[in-house]
Design a protein around this ligand. Sequence first.
Ligand SMILES: *[C@@H]1O[C@H](CO)[C@@H](O)[C@H](O)[C@H]1NC(C)=O
Ligand SMILES: *[C@@H]1O[C@H](CO)[C@@H](O)[C@H](O)[C@H]1NC(C)=O
Ligand SMILES: *[C@@H]1O[C@H](CO)[C@@H](O)[C@H](O)[C@H]1NC(C)=O
Ligand SMILES: *[C@@H]1O[C@H](CO)[C@@H](O)[C@H](O)[C@H]1NC(C)=O
Ligand SMILES: *[C@@H]1O[C@H](CO)[C@@H](O)[C@H](O)[C@H]1NC(C)=O
Ligand SMILES: *[C@@H]1O[C@H](CO)[C@@H](O)[C@H](O)[C@H]1NC(C)=O
Ligand SMILES: *[C@@H]1O[C@H](CO)[C@@H](O)[C@H](O)[C@H]1NC(C)=O
Length: 460
Amino acid sequence: MLLPLALSTALLLVPLATAEQAYIGNSDYDSGALGLSPTQSFVGTDFKPVQLNFQLAANDSTEGHLSDGFLFIAPRGTDVEQAGALILDQNGTVVWDGSEYGSTMLFIVTQYHDEDHILLWQGEFRAAGYGFGHYLLLNSTYDVVANFTTQDLANDALADFHDAQIWDGDTATMTAYVVSQRDLSEHNGPSDGYIASGVFQEIDVESNEVLFTWNSLDHVDPYDCYTDPGSTGDSTDNPWDYFHINAIDKDNSANYLVSSRHCHALFYIDHTSGDITWRLGGKNSSFTMGDNTDFSWQHDNRWRSDDTISLFDNAASDWQSDAEYARGMLLKIDTEQMTADLEKEWLPWNQTVSVSQGNLQILDNGNAVIGWGHQPFFQEYDSDGNVLWAARFGVGDVQSYRAYRFEWTGHPRTSPTIAVSGTSDNITVYASWNGATESRAGSSSVLPTMRLRTRPSFRP
Ligand SMILES: *[C@@H]1O[C@H](CO)[C@@H](O)[C@H](O)[C@H]1NC(C)=O
Ligand SMILES: *[C@@H]1O[C@H](CO)[C@@H](O)[C@H](O)[C@H]1NC(C)=O
Ligand SMILES: *[C@@H]1O[C@H](CO)[C@@H](O)[C@H](O)[C@H]1NC(C)=O
Ligand SMILES: *[C@@H]1O[C@H](CO)[C@@H](O)[C@H](O)[C@H]1NC(C)=O
Ligand SMILES: *[C@@H]1O[C@H](CO)[C@@H](O)[C@H](O)[C@H]1NC(C)=O
Ligand SMILES: *[C@@H]1O[C@H](CO)[C@@H](O)[C@H](O)[C@H]1NC(C)=O
Ligand SMILES: *[C@@H]1O[C@H](CO)[C@@H](O)[C@H](O)[C@H]1NC(C)=O
């Protein structure tokens, strides 16, 4: 099934029981003795994906509580050898290496036209902290079936990397950063200054028809947020990013819930007028905020029911720390009494803040996955909040914008890569098949990218 018939009849294939596997509790990994970004490698391919080191590994008592699916991260950073999207199995072995699309940020499985697709961002990283690019939808055979971006924005601004989601199987919301000229002297910036507004757009993916566009400067005054221009604001390439949009969610009323990192607030936006109905958090919250609900520099707000919202509370930026650690939060909001209360929180394995990025995924069985953003850690919790496993994926400058678990079936249209080595009395055949989730070898382990050992069909 894996190898060309000629080869498999000529050689008796004996699958090697192990593929590349994650480290477990390896202190040399943690100390950097194995390098700042340990990698795994596969004979016959030039993939150099990161290797994990589990701080806590799943064991016999926790295994049964894991959610189904593979692990999705997109390592990048100056120490990463090969940045890009990665799907791993629970042992850390690569299932799909998407580095051909380059360094990416948003990387999820979503439903497009009623079928699972990979959605990822591809483009140019701008020094000011946002992106200019496109979103790709890949179907289960890894064909790019859509390549879309924002339409008709000022300065031809293209889709930013922070967030895109597919709605009802055929429309997409995307973040964008649009720069305009503005007198920033009242904010201690240049009078001939430049400001970036947080923009989002919803389009029809197939037709590119624009359904909605929102620009933060039309609704949110820079005084409502927590940054000053500082050394920014002096050119189009270095605008003052006063708002920093980083996630858009929608509810059953089709209204938008938008996160502004630099305002420490979520804005609930009417989908026809664009008006702000209420603000959660920040300087002017519409809600009375209950105990331990303050969040700052946050990411990844999602509706979890009609009255609960989850988010990742970074609690820090590059220049400021507001708490001892970042966390995942679930807030219960009452839009009549206008109160917000903490329903649940998830604390990190490595108790520290995360100065950027990060996410909280809540799975159907109640488990949660958190990616600690700037910190190269991710972990899974059971529905009671107990940690099932915690893994790191690097030591130096290694980050993943988000981390997830998704069920995914991939049937690549490529053939496996075959490499042969050894001498005639002991030949080793290696087969790697990037993205194949259904290939099986020997026993019953799924070894999508695998290494097969063979010996001659008869011994001399
Ligand atoms: C299994 O892992 C959990 C979570 O890390 C831990 O609490 C528990 O002690 C472990 N059990 C065994 C038998 O190692
Ligand atoms: C994926 O898209 C390609 C190109 O459009 C198409 O040929 C292929 O049949 C699709 N695969 C599936 C499983 O739909
Ligand atoms: C997506 O479209 C952009 C703009 O045309 C192009 O630069 C990029 O290469 C495309 N990506 C893929 C994977 O086709
Ligand atoms: C606070 O928000 C309300 C709307 O929710 C707005 O009318 C008011 O002007 C804001 N106040 C300040 C000081 O920004
Ligand atoms: C935890 O995070 C801190 C802050 O980034 C880092 O210095 C430390 O090495 C991390 N601890 C472990 C065990 O990785
Ligand atoms: C065959 O080659 C493999 C890989 O080099 C090696 O691990 C193994 O010990 C060799 N087996 C024999 C019987 O020489
Ligand atoms: C992980 O490795 C263990 C031990 O080698 C193996 O039993 C298990 O099937 C592997 N799991 C996956 C998902 O490959």
